[in-house]
Design a protein around this ligand. Structure first.
Ligand SMILES: Cc1cc2nc3c(=O)[nH]c(=O)nc-3n(C[C@H](O)[C@H](O)[C@H](O)COP(=O)(O)OP(=O)(O)OC[C@H]3O[C@@H](n4cnc5c(N)ncnc54)[C@H](O)[C@@H]3O)c2cc1C
Length: 379
């Protein structure tokens, strides 16, 4: 698989997918035909994760071409991502606890065997190789992978989520951690996702047979309860002459950037992260940023986190494009506290509006999709 790094090319990938492949999405999306044949899904996630193109923009383009009924499943999947993001925004302690949990888990031999593709489960070893080569896995395969990791290999889900974040080009705190919790049976308490031999066999076109999997596991139990807390995202008013972006909001033009004296795009190095990323993922992110700055011909300075720390010793106020709960937000909060900064957030209206519907389950969120589409004239 070849993931591109410019917005122009990402839009071309989307246009091509919309020509006709999208029409088989609902019927075909669960099949993993391998990295050479991905026409049954969009493979847009690395671009959406970095907001080279946004969920809302994708939905609008899809619905300008097809009536809702023909593309309903695809639109719903796009909004899964929005739902997960909102869910984590409302319960940021889930991210904090995940980071804390990781500190207390040691790397076992079994873990080393798993991440090096040396288990006695063929499909799993293949997926490890595929993930490292392509920095991407099909959705169904991510579900099987996580289920085998937790219930057959009996490894901690947190280490699996960490491994995914390290290797995936689309790695995203909300979609990743909450999906792993969902497979484990923690997100929807008591309902775990069980990878089954027949299902893997069917949806890989008979590639894997006679797998020895634990097909009768109990869900993982986690007693921690997470109450909803209000999202502190400010009033979107320009309050500073300096603007900050992080690498997960790369379509700079969506925001009103004209009146800023200085604009920075920050990418955290591994030293500044709680969950380290693989070199290929770091390089991919750097290329996305460089391309965006170059192609849009904008005066934006690309800096690492430590440069921002230096800057903020003297400069105390910044407008910041809301980085959302996860690595960037944790970093920012540490520096706000350490250097006593005044920050004003700019948040997309669509995000603000949608996240309120993440207070319950996805079923409830889904029922609000028509309202969201008409509120922002996406259909
Ligand atoms: C254990 C596990 C970990 C995951 N980790 C991530 C992650 O770190 N980042 C990430 O973007 N997705 C993650 N997903 C969700 C999903 O697997 C990917 O978004 C999807 O595989 C991307 O491929 P695609 O672009 O072809 O998706 P398509 O099926 O073509 O869907 C279009 C878009 O909708 C969104 N989407 C689709 N399905 C989901 C879903 N189940 N959850 C959230 N968004 C979805 C994505 O933005 C995707 O690009 C994870 C799923 C599982 C089970």
């Amino acid at each position: 698989m070849n993931f591109i790094t410019s917005r122009k090319e990402a839009l071309e990938v989307l246009e091509k997918y919309l020509e006709k492949d999208i029409l088989t999405y609902a019927a075909q999306r669960n099949f993993d035909f391998g990295p050479q044949n991905r026409k049954n899904i969009s493979s847009l996630s690395p671009y959406i994760t970095h907001r080279l193109i946004s969920e809302y923009e994708v939905a609008k383009k899809v619905l300008s071409k097809y009536p809702y009924q023909k593309v309903e499943k695809f639109i719903q999947e796009i909004f899964w991502r929005v739902y997960w993001k909102g869910w984590l925004e409302l319960r940021p302690k889930v991210w904090a606890d995940f980071v804390e949990d990781l500190k207390n888990i040691e790397n076992s031999n079994e873990y080393e065997k798993a991440i090096n593709g040396k288990t006695n489960i063929d499909c799993f070893n293949d997926w490890i190789k595929e993930l490292k080569e392509n920095n991407y896995l099909h959705n169904h395969t991510r579900m099987w992978f996580a289920s085998i990791w937790i219930f057959t290999l009996k490894l901690p889900w947190q280490k699996g989520a960490e491994f995914f974040l390290r290797e995936l080009y689309d790695g995203d705190a909300a979609s990743n951690i909450l999906s792993w919790r969902w497979v484990a049976g923690i997100q929807t308490k008591g309902k775990n996702y069980i990878a089954q031999n027949w299902n893997i066999n069917k949806f890989t076109n008979n590639k894997y047979k006679d797998l020895k999997l634990n097909e009768n596991p109990q869900p993982i139990i986690d007693q921690r309860e997470y109450k909803i807390s209000p999202i502190n995202i400010g009033d979107n008013e320009k309050k500073s002459d300096k603007l900050i972006f992080f690498e997960n909001e790369l379509n700079f033009r969506v925001f009103n950037i004209d009146n800023y004296k200085k604009i920075y795009c920050i990418m955290l190095s591994n030293e500044e992260r709680k969950v380290e990323l693989g070199n290929k993922v770091l390089e991919y992110k750097k290329n996305l940023i460089r391309n965006q700055i170059q192609n849009l011909d904008l005066e934006i300075e690309f800096i690492e986190g430590n440069k921002f720390v230096e800057l903020s010793v003297n400069e105390k106020d910044f407008d910041v494009v809301y980085p959302s709960v996860g690595e960037n937000m944790s970093f920012l909060k540490r520096i706000i506290k350490r250097n006593n900064l005044t920050i004003s957030y700019l948040t997309r209206d669509e995000d603000k509006y949608c996240w309120q519907f993440s207070n319950k389950g996805y079923f409830n969120f889904k029922s609000n999709i028509p309202k969201i589409l008409s509120q922002f004239k996406l259909n």
